[in-house]
Write a protein that binds this ligand. Structure first.
Ligand code: CS2
Length: 516
């Protein structure tokens, strides 16, 4: 160890440089530095080989690193076994950084009462699909009998769903894969090819496990894979239908996109740089259907709830947590807020969110076994308020045309069916329409189509165009006039009084309605 005294701006500072394998603030996190990290940081006590990788994961984004890999890290820490993970990055962003760090990254759990950090070691390899060798590597793992589970976090749009829940075979990405099914680019195309080649070569099938926020995610995935196979490889369709397994799951953890402050925090805690750090909340939940055709980890030992039917858990979480999230994002952006916590710090928005959940969403939610729904709502509000999670409204707002169908549509459909009013959700829809108009960047696969529907119209005509002509609201067609009326009323009030006044007025009207 060498001590240096430097002079900077007239002030003497003392620095320490370590011999090459010791970390310093300029070093990146990697295997060589593990033993020398700050001792408060938990490090993996297991070491994987590629033969230990029973899981191939498609979509190596922030969520899978904050959720699935956290569970696997716990599992391998207590009971080392063949359940390491090879991650496939469908786009190259972030993957190179992980590869440079030997797949290691820091997971920081942060709340008002605690901060804890650990280095996760369960990610054994990273495949970048759009690299030269990416497709070959992926095919190799798809055919490896050691790989027994294919898991996915590819977000709603990665399923290429029509509003009827079938595969959109007309979508250019799917159409291209169907043209060349041995050189696919989509997750659905790769899964189908994996199943086809395994069956052809007599290799046991893998379980296909979706971790995306879709109602019946396993059922939906099975349907799109079968639709694809029906065109690409019809000869295996009946075997896949009868023998493949697609368990559904409800996954829950708020994992904001990484920002510079997260990297600075990791560097402060670790003493080395980590470009792949994930900062998340302590809360984590996973409810999973126990249907695995080729074995599975002992999920139960690390707190996963295994059950025969996750539908009630999914409906609760998608409608309450994700439904409220989308409303917070659009209302928050309209009011000029940046993060979910900023929104909840405004008492009017907090009141809106809590009333939306309690008055309009909760009545249609059936409590899953041993869940106290009012308690669940209170926990959600506390999680949303966590000021240490910089969860940006922009992040949640993206892909609204996909998310709204999952989160709001079932609530709207059942309330409109029973003649129940939906002014709070209509306000959310109005805020979404205002988001679509810009000026902030609109990230949505249907942006151009939706924006065209909003051009040069009265507010009522805009609401009508969106609800009747976008193809997104098929579940409420017979009641669309009532919904249009409520959305148009919100838009007109926002135009006349501004978002904040319009929201206060709406809440006052609600209160008066409660009192009468
Ligand atoms: C969020 C979700 O970005 C979003 O749309 O609503 O990612 C949410 O944070 C997770 O589903 C929480 O489990």
């Amino acid at each position: 160890m060498v001590w240096h005294r430097l002079q900077r701006n007239g002030v003497f500072i003392t620095t320490v440089s370590f011999s090459t394998r010791r970390p310093n603030a300029l070093n990146r996190l990697n295997r060589d530095h593990l033993e020398h990290l700050n001792e408060r940081v938990k490090i993996p006590q297991y070491r994987l080989t590629t033969d230990d990788c029973g899981i191939l994961h498609l979509g190596l984004g922030q969520f899978s690193r904050g959720h699935l890999l956290d569970y696997l890290d716990e599992l391998l820490g207590s009971n080392p076994g063949p359940w390491g993970l090879i991650g496939v990055s469908l786009r190259s962003d972030g993957a190179a950084a992980l590869a440079e760090q030997d797949g290691l990254y820091t997971l920081i759990h942060q709340s008002e009462v605690s901060v804890s950090a650990k280095v996760v070691g369960a990610l054994k390899g990273v495949i970048v699909l759009d690299s030269e060798d990416g497709p070959n590597q992926l095919q190799g793992y798809l055919l490896s009998p050691k790989v027994r589970i294919i898991s996915l976090t590819i977000t709603e749009k990665g399923y290429y769903l029509t509003s009827e829940g079938r595969l959109n075979v007309a979508h250019p990405d799917i159409a291209a894969d169907l043209e060349q099914p041995y050189q696919p680019r989509t997750a659905v195309g790769w899964i189908a090819l994996g199943l086809k080649l395994r069956l052809e070569r007599g290799i046991a099938l893998f379980t296909v496990m979706s971790l995306d926020n879709l109602a019946g995610n396993g059922r939906v995935l099975r349907q799109v894979v079968l639709d694809y196979i029906g065109v690409a490889f019809p000869e295996i369709k009946s075997v896949v239908r009868d023998q493949a397994s697609f368990p559904s799951s409800m996954v829950d953890r708020i994992v904001p996109a990484q920002n510079l402050a997260d990297r600075a925090l990791a560097q402060k805690i670790l003493g080395v740089r980590d470009q792949s750090v994930v900062v998340t909340e302590p809360f984590c939940q996973w409810v999973l259907e126990d249907r695995f055709v080729s074995g599975r980890p002992d999920w139960g030992s690390v707190g996963v709830t295994l059950c025969a039917d996750v539908a009630p858990f999914e409906a609760m979480k998608l409608r309450l947590l994700n439904g409220a999230h989308s409303a917070i994002a659009y209302v928050g952006l309209m009011l000029g807020y940046d993060s979910v916590a900023d929104c909840l710090a405004d008492p009017i928005v907090a009141d809106y969110v809590s009333r939306l959940m309690v008055d309009e969403i909760l009545p249609g939610v059936v409590a899953p076994p041993s869940v106290d729904l009012p308690g669940y709502v209170m926990t959600l509000l506390a999680r949303f308020k966590n000021p240490f999670l910089h969860h940006r409204c922009q992040q949640i707002a993206m892909d609204g045309s996909e998310k709204i169908q999952q989160r709001w549509l079932p609530v709207l459909a059942s309330r409109l069916e029973t003649q129940s009013p939906v002014p709070l959700m209509a306000f959310g829809l109005a805020s979404w329409m205002i988001y679509l108009e810009g000026p902030s960047v609109v990230q949505d696969p249907r942006r151009d189509q939706l924006q065209r529907l909003l051009v040069d119209q009265s507010r009522r005509a805009q609401a009508a165009a969106l609800i009747q002509d976008s193809g997104m609201f098929l579940g409420v067609t017979s009641h669309s006039r009532r919904l249009i009326g409520q959305v148009a009323a919100s838009l007109e009030s926002i135009d006349a009084h501004g978002g904040s006044q319009a929201l206060s007025q709406l809440l006052r009207d609600q209160q008066r309605g409660d009192a009468s």
